[in-house]
Design a protein around this ligand. Structure first.
Ligand code: GDP
Ligand code: ZN
Length: 457
């Protein structure tokens, strides 16, 4: 038995609509006391929406106009009875409605508690629960899509398939141990090595996505460097401009996130030291020396801006020498003015896909910059839609653990170690993956194995 909980489920601030979610056995009855409409909330059918007013129960005074949605368990997010109250966005009125709900003996939910209930009630597995949290924190369209895909369970599907194959392998081995006289395909070293090798390859593929997933979640740490007056501040403003509309639509983002994060073609950039760029007067030594030094050590990506309308300065040539070994792009700005920069010098130093001509003033070239960054970080392969990106530290750890166990199994097979010893390593891999999807506890390996393998054959 759990109590009934409530919380505001939409980001606070000025939004069009705010939603208060209430979950638990008493949710319909308790919200019913506060909601005046033509009907009785306890009598409505599941998954219906009702228009009416939230009222103060003592004097029946109207507090808010509201739409109330009823979703009866188990067909709800938490599998409990869930009521969602949608009302006008203003923080004061939403807070007032929430207070009224709490006055009915409903408890304020802890962060993540709805999701936790969904997990505990078996509606979603652990990777999905974790993805919901990522979804709330997602900083870009792509990070959002990755999290969404994980909520839908693609990582779980991959991992479950892998576990299934390991169980099959263990079943073969088990039969060989327990029933050596049984008429089964003889276990060869090559067979185990082959199966372990396949598993390792699958795990490597998943682990490889982790790097990209991390970038998409956390943003590419980006520094904009260059001489005074080349257009750095203008570029920053252009990026931030593009960004405002997108970021404010994503739940959980705030004003200071907008300051720091920009979103270019769906790739989140985390800008370093934006305060320095916003100063009206650029401090020369800061730009020339200190900024580029900080950028070289801290940034994943360096955007070196030069003025295309002028020949390169000596200090710019030094900057090019410094950044060319790093992930960097040279932005040849002010392309609306006559070209005077030595393109041949640039091309001799960095590959053409890392030189982007643009005019920040005319808002020309931002798309190309986005594409260039995409190529640099993702080899231009970011669009694949069925891709699962592993992005959670716990998942990465468990995948690595499983991979290591399979590597040990393969090595043991190499060294002709008895197969019941090899079985232990394979079992470890299977357990790590089980922990990942959260269902190894209480699961009997033997039951699993024998449900997979027909001994009566
Ligand atoms: P910063 O010192 O590198 O931050 O450069 P600013 O962004 O402050 O820009 C310096 C000057 O160059 C300003 O007058 C901008 O309006 C101008 N500027 C920036 N980008 C362009 C561009 O693409 N074309 C032209 N013609 N002028 C630009
Ligand atoms: Zn500036």
């Amino acid at each position: 038995m759990t109590d009934t909980i409530a919380a505001i489920s939409t980001p606070t601030g000025e939004g069009g609509i705010s939603v208060i979610r209430v979950s638990g056995a008493d949710s319909i009855q308790k919200v019913g006391r506060l909601f005046a409409f033509k009907g009785k909330l306890e009598d409505v059918s599941s998954h219906t929406v009702h228009y009416g007013h939230i009222i103060q129960p003592s004097d029946r005074e109207r507090v808010e106009e509201a739409l109330v949605t009823v979703m009866k368990g188990p067909r709800s997010f938490t599998t409990e009875d869930v009521v969602e109250i949608s009302c006008h966005g203003g923080i004061i009125s939403v807070k007032k409605v929430l207070d009224l709900v709490l006055e009915q003996g409903v408890r304020l939910a802890e962060p993540g508690e709805f999701t936790k209930r969904a997990y505990l009630n078996g509606r979603i597995d652990l990777t999905q629960a974790e993805a919901v949290i990522d979804l709330i924190r997602a900083k870009s369209d792509r990070a959002y899509k990755i999290a969404l895909r994980q909520v839908e369970g693609t990582l779980s599907k991959h991992v479950k398939l892998l576990r299934h194959r390991l169980v099959e392998l263990m079943a073969h081995i088990e039969v060989n141990i327990d029933y050596p006289e049984h008429d089964v395909e003889e276990l060869t070293t090559a067979f185990i090595q082959d199966k372990c090798g396949q598993g390792i390859a699958d795990l490597n593929r998943l682990l490889h996505t982790a790097e990209q997933g991390k970038i998409l979640r956390e943003g590419i740490v980006t520094a904009i460097v260059g001489r005074p007056n080349v257009g750095k501040s203008s570029l920053l403003n252009a990026l931030a401009q593009e960004n405002k509309a997108i970021v404010t639509d994503i739940p959980g983002t705030t004003r200071d996130v907008i300051e720091e994060y920009v979103n270019l073609n769906g790739i989140p950039l985390k800008l370093l030291d934006t305060a320095g760029l916003r100063e009206t007067e650029d401090i020369v030594e800061r730009i020339g020396v200190e900024r580029s030094r900080i950028a070289l050590t801290d940034a994943d990506l360096i955007l070196l801006v030069v003025n295309g309308n002028e020949p390169l300065h000596e200090e710019e040539k030094q900057l090019i020498a410094q950044v060319k070994e790093k992930q960097s792009i040279i932005i040849v700005n002010k392309s609306d003015l006559p070209a005077a920069v030595e393109l041949s010098y640039l091309e001799a130093n960095v590959p053409p896909e890392r030189i982007v001509k643009m005019s920040v003033k005319e808002e020309e070239g931002l798309d190309r910059l986005g594409q260039a960054i995409g190529v640099l970080f993702f080899g231009g392969q970011l669009e694949t839609n069925d891709m699962t990106y592993v992005s959670n530290v716990r998942h990465i750890h468990l995948l690595k653990q499983a991979k290591q166990a399979l590597e040990e199994a393969r090595k043991a097979a190499d060294e002709r170690i008895p197969i019941d010893m090899i079985q232990i390593d394979i079992r470890h891999a299977w357990e790590s993956l089980g922990e990942l999807v959260g269902d190894s506890i209480g699961e009997s390996l033997i039951d699993q194995i024998f449900s997979q393998f027909c001994l009566g054959k």
